[in-house]
Write a protein that binds this ligand. Structure first.
Ligand SMILES: [Zn+2]
Ligand SMILES: [Zn+2]
Length: 377
């Protein structure tokens, strides 16, 4: 595709149409309430949430695209001085509320930008997304794939989120006298919190801005900002640390839960661990959990298949659960079998450039993908 036409999660001047995959901060850098470089295409849920992230944004710029529905957009090619017709189909990314992939088709062939995505086997939404992809592609391969390669390494293998959510519930039940805090981001992990709330018949505390987003998502009865109503609180991930938990335990027994794929592999580098407010030097496992996990030659931690392992006791009061909103390695492999890309660009390194393909993998091999060192949300 010619440069200067379409930008995905890239918000600098110079494109004719801008596409938002989802509202996590690593996909909205340079986007602001005053941003006005062109029409902004997004899913209905992202459009609904938009004012909570960018209050005062000129809503006349927003173009809502229904998920699974192909739309035709006409842009103008400066090189050929003629109109260019682009077909775009948003596809459910199964990542966080509003998250979509975009499949673009036109004279240039096809380009699929995954945004962040979780390709969970057996998940109904994934099944529907697969059917949409196959039907729109009509037997053709994807020419250029921009891939969420966050956990694109064989060391990463996560169970389905439903199973991990139940594991978290069981864990909370096993600690009836503790306050529980769960680290979450500005968006995402709602299904986990809803499952905890419904199963334990308990409300969940969230901070006021997060409560507003929950209400925008239609989750009205589950969440509260009154701490006296519940012992389970979801707190911003940036405010969640071993030190905070030490402090809280001076007053009242409190356990921290980190639902994330980020530390379940050797990519749990110092940077990653610090990004969730944990100190590497403090990291250790209980004997019980060390035995249950395999440590490979390079010292990485490995989950076998989709087996549920005990939570990783990271610190005295802190437990990590492999609840991931990104696909693990085997899921990425399954996804690649569906779209059969001719060329792959890893999204993390291509985030700063236009959708125009920049890297080619002639003999595509997923292990070539790099593991991101950025904060993953
Ligand atoms: Zn994300
Ligand atoms: Zn992301």
């Amino acid at each position: 595709m010619e440069k200067g036409l379409v930008a995905v999660d890239r918000w600098v001047k110079g494109s004719q149409a801008y596409f938002l995959t989802h509202l996590h901060a690593d996909h909205t850098s340079n986007l602001s309430s005053r941003w006005a470089h062109g029409p902004l295409f997004c899913s209905p849920i992202s459009a609904r949430l938009f004012p909570a992230f960018f209050p005062g944004f000129d809503s006349s710029l927003i173009r809502v695209l229904e998920v699974g529905v192909t739309r035709s957009i006409t842009l103008f090619s400066k090189s050929s001085r003629s109109e260019v017709r682009i077909l775009v189909t948003p596809i459910d990314a199964n990542h966080c509320p509003g998250g979509v992939m975009y499949l673009f088709r036109g004279d240039f062939g096809s380009v699929l930008h995954t945004g962040d995505f979780r390709w969970e086997s057996g998940n109904e939404r994934v099944q529907l997304a697969k059917e949409t992809l196959l039907s729109v592609l009509g037997g053709e391969r994807v020419d250029f794939l921009y891939l969420d390669n966050t956990y694109c390494h064989p060391i990463f293998s996560f169970p389905p989120r439903e199973d991990v959510a139940q594991q978290v519930v069981d864990f909370i039940k096993q600690h009836p006298n503790d306050e529980i805090i769960i680290a979450i981001d500005n968006l995402g992990k709602e299904d986990l919190l809803v499952h905890i709330s419904r199963t334990l018949d308990i409300k969940i505390w969230v901070w006021p801005e997060r409560l507003q987003k929950m209400h925008m998502l239609g989750l009205n009865d589950i969440f509260t900002s009154d701490t006296s109503l519940t012992r389970v609180r979801a707190v911003p991930r940036y405010s969640f640390s071993s030190e905070t938990l030490d402090g809280l335990n001076v007053m009242c027994p409190t356990i921290g839960i980190l639902p994330s794929g980020i530390i379940w592999g050797s990519s749990a580098t110092q940077n990653d661990v610090e990004s969730v407010g944990l100190s590497e030097s403090k990291g250790h496992s209980s004997e019980q959990t060390t035995d249950s996990r395999k440590r490979s030659a390079d010292g990485s931690l490995k989950l076998d298949g989709n087996e549920i392992k005990p939570p990783w006791k990271y610190d005295e009061y802190l437990y990590a659960f492999p609840y991931s909103d990104h696909s693990c390695f085997s899921e990425i492999q399954e996804f690649l079998k569906v779209v059969l890309p001719k060329n792959v660009c890893d999204m993390v390194s291509s985030r700063s450039v236009d959708i125009h393909p920049c890297h080619h993998f002639d003999n595509f091999n997923c292990e070539k993908c790099t593991i991101s060192g950025r904060e993953t949300t």
